[in-house]
Ligand binder design. Structure first.
Ligand code: GLY
Length: 437
């Protein structure tokens, strides 16, 4: 079995680490790096997998790489390659892929498509209007009150959701997007939604299109500063499990959201193998609301959830690709007392000073070996680079994810912040309140 993981962030590092522990490699001999590959990968991934330079959004280039490396299975980390059809190209050429084709990825790639899909399949979601002219926007805004929720239809690297506090500000946002092309084509169509209040939850479902397994629910922290202040980021940390996401709620998520989603995909003739990310809200009245789908693992939720995954991750991925997830479920329900069953985990992102705005790269990072030597601590690389002098330097806004695993969220949090105390780089910034519920 030769596996290629596409992507270069902390999420992909966590995926590679989980694969490295899997029994899918049990029969292999020699160096694991012969079997585990990544494109482009990062300096953390390079410690356990062979990394290859490639444009992961170019289907033919990735197909050529897979052929050269004799890859059996590809796992697609980020959304862009899914949306441009990398999975379709690989599958059409006989390579197993964990990640939906372009039609399935549209659930993430087009907000208007996903909202219409939710309504068509009776999935609870906030009321909305799809607008592509200013007069439609004015009509949609006039029906609602502040704060307004305006979403760009297309992919916008986490910058496509706006919550203006006044009607005038909302008009400016719409005009910047529709007329100023502030987000390019991604903002040519807008979704204007009812504002919802409640508690947010991420549920990641791995699916073969028929069956699905839910990973432990998690919560991420999107704002850059403590107490949910400051601008939105790609995510400053996550924790799992979430105490209020009990069995009853999970069963409701299954009945009201996951099962109708899978049915709806089948009815559209979309064969969906990969992760269905459910961005949910639990409203104060106890009702569920699906805020969004993503067609891939969350980042940084994955860095919190995979280390406490109660099963063999590689086997789960393979079962999805083979359409045999039902058998996998039967096998793992027998081992519910596995060592991870009662673990909690927290991932704190260490970011460059200035992120999500301008930041200076190239800062030397110290203390990673000391932090990762701690029992129960995993360090996931995201924006790092090993340079010629052997130093690890910062290259991105989100630099490292420090994950700690323990018997409770409180203990995991203490452990994570103790590990962070060992890591240093100039202008390092992180939230101090990850996992405080
Ligand atoms: N953490 C949010 C996301 O992955 O989209």
């Amino acid at each position: 079995m030769k596996i290629l993981v596409l992507g270069s962030g902390g999420r992909e590092h966590a995926i590679v680490c989980a694969l490295a522990k899997s029994r899918v490699f049990a029969a292999t001999t020699g160096d694991l790096k012969e079997y585990l590959h990544s494109a482009p990968g990062n300096s953390g991934i390079a410690q356990i997998a062979q990394c290859h330079q490639a444009n992961i959004n170019a289907p033919d280039e990735i197909l050529a790489l897979c052929k050269k490396l004799e890859i059996d299975l590809a796992i697609v980390g980020p959304e862009e390659p899914l949306i441009v059809g990398v999975s379709d190209t690989l599958r059409n050429n006989g390579i197993k892929v964990f990640g939906p084709g372009a039609r399935g990825a549209k659930l993430e790639g087009s907000k208007s498509f996903s909202k219409q899909f939710m309504v068509k399949n009776g999935i609870p979601t906030a009321g909305f209007d799809v607008c592509s002219t200013m007069s439609q926007c004015k009509e949609a805004l006039a029906k609602r009150q502040a704060p307004y929720v305006i979403k760009a239809d297309g992919l916008a690297a986490g910058k496509g959701v706006f919550l203006p506090d006044s009607y005038d500000e909302a008009i400016d946002v719409c005009s910047n997007l529709l007329e100023g092309h502030f987000l390019g084509d991604a903002g040519n169509t807008l979704v204007i939604e009812d504002y919802m209040e409640g508690k947010e939850l991420t549920v990641l479902a791995m699916t073969d299109g028929n069956n699905a397994i839910l990973l432990e629910p998690s919560q991420d922290h999107k704002r850059v500063f403590d107490d949910n202040k400051g601008p939105n980021t790609g995510g400053m940390g996550a924790y799992s499990p979430v105490s209020w996401a009990d069995k009853e709620l999970l069963s409701k998520i299954g009945t009201q959201v996951l099962n109708p989603s899978l049915e709806g995909l089948k009815n559209e003739g979309i064969s969906y193998c990969g992760v269905l990310y459910l961005g949910l809200m639990l409203k104060p009245d106890g009702e569920l609301c699906l805020l969004e789908y993503n067609s891939r693992f969350g980042d940084p939720e994955t860095q919190a959830v995979l280390p406490i995954f109660n099963g063999d991750f590689g086997e789960a991925v393979l079962s999805c690709c083979n359409g045999t997830l039902g058998e996998y479920q039967e096998h793992y329900s027998l081992s519910s007392l596995s060592e991870n069953a009662k673990k909690s985990s927290i991932c704190v992102i260490l970011a460059s000073g200035g992120y999500p705005g301008f930041y200076e790269p190239g800062k030397i990072i110290e203390g990673i070996p000391e932090a990762e030597a701690m029992s129960g601590v995993e360090i996931y690389h995201a924006g790092t680079k090993k340079v010629a002098d052997g130093e690890i330097r910062t290259t991105g806004g989100r630099v490292l994810g420090v994950t700690a695993i323990s018997d409770s969220i409180e203990n995991a949090r203490s452990l994570a912040y103790e590990a962070i105390g060992k890591i240093k780089f100039e202008k390092m910034h992180y939230r101090k309140d990850i996992g405080e519920i």
